[in-house]
Design a protein around this ligand. Sequence first.
Ligand SMILES: [Zn+2]
Length: 195
Amino acid sequence: MTTPPFEPVSDRDVELVTAMLGRPARDVIGIPARCVCGNPTVVATKPRLGDGTPFPTLYYLCHPGATAAISTLEANGVMAEMTELLASDDDLRRRYHDAHDAYLADREGIEHVAEIAHVTAGGMPERVKCLHALAGHALSAGPGVNPLGDLAVERSSWSPDVCRCGDYLGEAAGDDAATGAPGETAASSAPLEAG
Ligand SMILES: [Zn+2]
């Protein structure tokens, strides 16, 4: 996990993100979070795209397994739960505001874009509108920065510590090691959590 400045992005990273998103990944400036196998989990995009469009979502969750797991949370009413939590917990509300400020500071450190100077993602700083954006921030900044993003990752069935990646670039064909889906071993050996 990392916040700016990001390490240089490889061609392979861009190919992987493109395959994961199912559309060309443009204006990629970093891979702030990765699966244990090294595949991108979150992609960082220029605050102003090459075509001039402002792009507030610096931390975009791109991993198909992670996005699916977070979508399940959204479908199960977790955003409403978090909204209630925010309303009843002053400390949580303050920390969520701090997460918004941290997000802005990260993006401002890359480039100031006037149109989105006070805009972050996911509904921050006062609402809960997209758990993918909050989880993307939490996975990049690390635990303790975005409390609702942390909670979303924790509640989801996906973990950054267990690889369940697919063969996004179609590399397994003809491979000696084609004895099962990549990540199968890690997934099947994952410790079962009680409760
Ligand atoms: Zn993986």
